[in-house]
Design a protein around this ligand. Structure first.
Ligand code: F0G
Length: 461
């Protein structure tokens, strides 16, 4: 059979409240046309993020009943630790309440382990830092450097591993400023670059470079299982390996990882920092106790640790990953056939529409990404997220700079929507595309001094 079905049945349902176009027009006005200000009850299909929005399985809910809430030494922690070590056998596993907490702890201890010459800025390279990772690095006074390959920045180019690190530039950095680099990072998949995967070959070679210069390699592994499935599909030599074996190989090259369990551990809240270095682990646990909690719960309930333990088993199931990657591609391919420009190839967790290319009659200064996101909600009740000049254009000195691209991300929550929900989104976007000449840009009528996309007000032109 060619049809790929959702590899689950639905046992518990959450109703979607239907709304009309005229109702949504009023709701948009009330929200000052900022989709973050909408109540989620007023959204039909919520594609704002794939983070923390997964549906849990019967086994995960059963695990929740088993949660042991002891302050110290809970068996739920040991179950979680064992499940993670099965995939990523790091010596020290430190739970945190979500990914950015693990990042904050890691970068604060690297700072204290800083090199002898404190006048030099510390530099942390990555293929592309996610925005919280970048912000946590910059908050310590260090520099976050993106070194993804040039091909990874071209939305049209169809290549299998557009998340790869540019090894030449990494070598150059390590040769010329290596003393300022405490760790090298690699984000799998590369969320800020369109959810593009990193090849095993690139991970291996990044590790070889790290070894040559004696630097630890840390993975930002939020979507590690999706990355592994792309390796299985696209990289020679991996077709007959199981996703679990591929995941194990990926982690065998790393010295540590930060993780948001809200993605590829199929839970609504959770994360961790894992690493091999004893001294760093001791420092991390000291900060953890100050900011998150005792090392066997780290800001989470025992039941959350149980849900993560089960999620880690389910995330590497081949049928799940086949459905996950195929269903995201199904959405993207349909938009491509309609002539809607998208970032290619389709990534693992989201489809990104190139709004600047789709709406050339709207000046980039008038935020075409926001105009498209508003129209998708108005017409179909679909909530996506502008990733463009609204998000990145505001400079520290208050000036405005165009972002490299104006994208609208439609991130797909895991195991939540069925194919008919996606068909509905495709139909809505076909309709938007048909009448796109009528769309107008927006003005920003109010904005806070930073991170404006969450709260700013828009007025349609
Ligand atoms: N790293 C990557 C690659 C991410 O995508 C995220 C979160 C984080 C770190 C931070 O994890 O949210 O648990 O603190 N990404 C979400 C998104 C928010 O919508 O892409 P967190």
């Amino acid at each position: 059979m060619k049809t790929i079905i959702e590899p689950f049945r639905i046992k518990s349902v959450e109703p979607i409240r239907m709304t009309s176009v005229s109702e949504r027009e009023a709701l948009l006005k009330q929200a000052n046309y900022n989709l973050f200000s909408l109540k989620s009850d007023d959204v039909l299909i919520d594609l704002l993020t794939d983070s923390g929005t997964s549906a849990m399985s019967t086994k995960q809910w059963a695990g929740i009943q088993m949660g042991d809430e002891s302050y110290a030494g809970s068996p739920s922690f040991y179950r979680f630790e064992q499940a993670l070590k099965e995939l990523a056998p790091f010596k020290h596993i430190i739970p945190t309440h979500q990914g950015r907490a693990a990042e904050k702890i890691l970068f604060s201890i690297l700072e204290s382990a800083q090199s002898t010459d404190s006048s030099k800025t510390q530099i942390i390279p990555n293929n592309t830092h996610f925005d919280t990772t970048r912000a946590n690095i910059e908050a310590t006074g260090s520099q976050a450097l993106d070194l993804v390959t040039k091909q990874g920045l071209d939305p049209e180019l169809e290549l299998p591993f557009k998340g790869d690190m540019d090894l030449m530039r990494l070598r150059d950095l390590l040769e010329t400023q290596g003393d300022q680099v405490p760790i090298v990072m690699l984000t799998i998949t590369n969320n800020s670059g369109g959810g593009q995967p990193v090849s095993m070959e690139n991970i291996r070679q990044t590790k070889a470079l790290c070894d040559e210069f004696n630097k630890p390699l840390f993975l930002d592994a939020c979507r590690f299982a999706e990355n592994a499935y792309f390796i299985k599909q696209r990289e020679a030599g991996y077709q007959d390996k199981t996703p679990k074996e591929i995941v194990q190989e990926i982690f065998s090259y790393a010295d540590g990882m930060t993780m948001s369990a809200k993605k590829d551990a199929l839970v609504n809240m959770g994360g961790w920092l894992a690493l091999n270095d004893d001294n760093l682990a001791m420092k991390a646990r000291n900060v953890l106790i100050l900011t998150e909690g005792f090392p066997t719960y780290g800001g989470l309930s025992g039941r959350d640790l149980e849900a993560m333990a089960v999620g880690l088993e389910e995330i590497v199931e081949e049928d799940y990953l086949n459905y996950r990657i195929s269903s995201t591609a199904y959405f993207g391919d349909a938009l491509d056939k309609l002539g809607i420009p998208i970032v290619k190839p389709v990534g693992g967790h989201a489809v990104y529409i190139d709004a600047r290319a789709m709406l050339p009659h709207i000046s980039p200064n008038d935020y075409p990404g926001q105009a498209l996101a508003i129209e998708m909600y108005r017409l179909g009740g679909i909530r996506g997220c502008e990733i463009g000049t609204v998000m990145f254009g505001q400079q520290v000195d208050g000036s405005e700079k165009l972002a490299a691209m104006d994208l609208v991300r439609m991130a797909i929550p895991r195991r939540v929507y069925t194919q008919s929900h996606i068909d509905y989104c495709i139909e809505c976007l076909a309709e938007v595309n048909k009448n796109k000449e009528k769309l107008r840009g927006v003005d920003i009528s109010w904005q806070p001094p930073m991170l404006r996309h969450f709260t700013c007000h828009f007025t349609p032109k």
